[in-house]
Design a protein around this ligand. Structure first.
Ligand SMILES: NC(=O)c1ccc[n+]([C@@H]2O[C@H](COP(=O)([O-])OP(=O)(O)OC[C@H]3O[C@@H](n4cnc5c(N)ncnc54)[C@H](OP(=O)(O)O)[C@@H]3O)[C@@H](O)[C@H]2O)c1
Length: 247
């Protein structure tokens, strides 16, 4: 199941914790060169150092995905260092949920900027290289919330629905360039994501809901599954949940 991974150059946004970090660790262990982007540069640097000490190939580049020039620098650095980009994982995201009537406009803007525009900037930075290579794979991270909505989750769900729509549009448009596209929609996974809640009651509810969250390696396995298919097989969508999750 881990064929087709060794030697690939994989750029991951939001690689300083959670899903992005788990994917970086798994892919580096399978022989991929991983390029880690996030704002907490100390974290990605220490992950990259550890992976390199263990014989892997890893590079850390401080990146705020709300700035296109920084996402471009991340991808350009990958190509300058390793010669190409095979996989772009647009993973950075946050989830400060709250009922709309609380008018948490700053939180809405941050979710739109990171969860939607950050994904678009990742596509914009990677696509020109992949078009020239006539090969590549763009993996975007949506959520169960990209399939469903419930009270308190309108804006977060909207951003994750947008990721699925963008991914499907991208899938159809990149056919001429032999580029694969995958959208991964996890359920509750044990990461730092609930810490992005800004409302104390929402944070408390989330902590309870996340009691049966599954480890972040579940996401890494989904990435490995999609990447390790033969090049003529394009796994477009993966949706998974903890077995106990009802939503
Ligand atoms: N955990 C879940 O249950 C779950 C379920 C479905 C989908 N997801 C999605 O999975 C993705 C990863 O989240 P996670 O669960 O792994 O949470 P996490 O542990 O909080 O990780 C979020 C990552 O996003 C990065 N990030 C946030 N804002 C950023 C910005 N402006 N620029 C660059 N990086 C930024 C963070 O890095 P810095 O703070 O260092 O920048 C961090 O590495 C998100 O898109 C989330 O919506 C998670």
């Amino acid at each position: 199941m881990s064929d087709n991974i060794a030697g690939k150059v994989v750029v991951i946004t939001g690689a300083s914790s959670g899903l992005g970090e788990a994917a970086a660790r798994s892919l580096a262990a399978l022989g991929a060169s991983v390029v880690l982007g996030a704002r907490r540069v100390d974290r990605i640097q220490s992950i990259a150092d550890e992976l390199s000490r263990n014989g892997g190939k890893a590079l850390a580049i401080e990146t705020d995905v709300t700035h296109f020039d920084q996402v471009k620098r991340l991808v350009d650095s990958a190509v300058q260092t390793y010669g190409r980009i095979d996989v772009m994982i647009n993973n950075a995201g946050l989830m400060p949920m709250s009922p709309l009537e609380r008018l948490k406009i700053d939180d809405w803007n941050r979710m739109i900027d990171v969860n939607i525009k950050g994904v678009l900037y990742g596509i914009a930075a990677a696509l020109p290289y992949m078009q020239r290579q006539k090969a590549g794979h763009i993996i975007n991270v949506s959520s169960v919330a990209g399939h469903k909505v419930r009270p308190g989750g309108a804006v977060y769900s909207a951003t994750k629905h947008a990721v699925r729509v963008i991914s499907e549009g991208l899938r159809q448009e990149v056919k001429p360039y032999n580029i694969r596209t995958t959208v991964i929609s996890p359920g509750m996974v044990d990461t730092e994501l609930p810490n992005s809640a800004t409302e104390p009651d929402v944070a408390e509810n989330m902590r309870k809901m996340y009691e049966f969250a599954v480890p972040a390696e579940s996401f890494a396995r989904a990435v490995v599954f999609a990447m390790s298919q033969p090049e003529d097989v394009d796994v477009n969508e993966i949706l998974y949940r903890p077995t106990r999750q009802e939503f």
